[in-house]
Design a protein around this ligand. Structure first.
Ligand code: SF4
Ligand code: SF4
Length: 359
């Protein structure tokens, strides 16, 4: 496949699709502030299938069926099968509590290749507080067991906060003992319900320490570890690799060597439950409505996406930074913490070389 579309737009590699915003949990950090009640305006089955039919026009994206809780959508199996039949890699982000042997078998038959389950504490006491529902930990563990029994791969996602930072090793150990294929850590974006968790956001210097720890820890395990929505990890990875004399290539760093920190609008996008296309789920920026305009046209022509693809449009230190190409800074944190989605990443402590010279 070519590296760009014929008009020069980047390929769309990953789509997170919020099939429904309804959810049976009430997680503290939920970007969608989701609740159980139905939300009006969700895409109909036909609209959802038409969206799936358009994905291949902009690449061969992996589709993350997410929510809310995607299992609350009645036509979930039909939609997954529709996407899978077109050769799209289908993965899902359920919260784990509604999985049972019957729906896991149906998801597998429909074509789900991996599920991600969020675990934010190594035990019920810590995880349940975070998730807002007593019993969420036990239910997620049961869900993971059903996935394992059915032979469906799973990964663990963990959001980094002040409260769970000291438990990271234990969470990893849990993921390993459960047989997770991967462990992805997410840096908290204080938006949605997490806006009230500003006190849980760790400082830029602490992120530097966490991401350096992550770099070292990654070498001690064969499990795939990924820092997600921590774009400056890709700067740290290169700085550390250079200091160690290690080439940043596929052999040494796997897919991390090929990807960019923030892919929002450049290789990835989010489609909301009502069909609004956004750079990502944490950045509530309307880049087009698929009920008004076909998805491929939005991907190619959205003015905001074009900004994200233009280094000189980035403000502050993220524009001139020599790591811009591999990082880009988190646009969602820039928006929620500085009020400008093109501002510099608020949680990066690095001073680009070009700015050092100017000082
Ligand atoms: S804007 Fe931030 S939260 Fe969104 S994809 Fe980029 S790094 Fe992740
Ligand atoms: S200054 Fe911006 S682009 Fe450079 S490493 Fe930090 S977050 Fe990334």
């Amino acid at each position: 496949m070519p590296q760009t579309l014929e008009d020069g737009s980047p390929l769309c590699r990953l789509v997170a699709w919020e099939l429904t915003r309804s959810c049976n949990l009430a997680c503290k950090h939920c970007r969608a502030e989701a609740h159980m009640e139905p939300y009006p305006g969700e895409l109909s089955t036909d609209e959802a299938k038409a969206l799936i039919d358009s994905f291949k026009q902009v690449g061969d994206p992996i589709i993350i069926f997410t929510g809310g809780e995607p299992l609350l959508r009645k036509d979930i199996f039909e939609l997954v099968k529709h996407a899978s039949d077109q050769g799209l890699r289908c993965v899902m982000a359920p919260n784990g509590t509604l999985l049972n042997p019957e729906n896991v078998a149906r998801l597998k038959a429909a074509g789900i290749q991996r599920c991600s389950i969020s675990i934010d504490g190594p035990d019920a006491a810590t995880h349940d507080v975070f998730r807002g529902v007593p019993g969420a930990f036990e239910a997620a563990m049961r869900g993971i067991q059903y996935l394992t029994d059915a032979g469906v791969e799973f990964q663990i996602n963990t959001t980094v906060t002040k409260d769970n930072l000291h438990q990271f090793k234990e969470i990893y150990t849990l993921a390993d003992s459960l047989g997770a294929k991967a462990w992805h850590i997410f840096l908290l974006v204080p938006t949605g319900r997490a806006a009230g968790m500003a006190d849980q956001v760790i400082a830029a210097t602490e992120y530097e320490q966490v991401l350096n720890w992550f770099y070292d820890f990654r070498k001690t395990t064969s499990m795939h570890l990924k820092a997600t929505c921590a774009p400056h990890y890709y700067r740290i990875m290169r700085q550390r690799a250079a200091a160690e004399g290690l080439p940043v290539d596929r052999e040494n760093f796997g897919m991390d060597a090929m990807t960019r920190g923030c892919l929002g609008g450049t290789g990835f996008c989010f489609v909301s439950h009502v069909g609004i296309v956004q750079p990502c789920g944490y950045l509530d920026l309307n880049c087009g409505d698929i009920k008004q305009k076909p998805f491929p046209e939005i991907w190619r022509t959205s003015p905001q996406f074009k900004q994200f693809r233009t280094p000189s449009d980035y403000e502050g230190k993220c524009g001139p930074c020599e790591f811009h190409r591999v990082c880009g800074g988190c646009r969602a944190r820039a928006y929620t913490m500085a009020g400008n989605y093109m501002a510099e990443e608020p949680l990066c402590s690095y001073t680009p070389k070009r700015l050092c010279k100017a000082l």
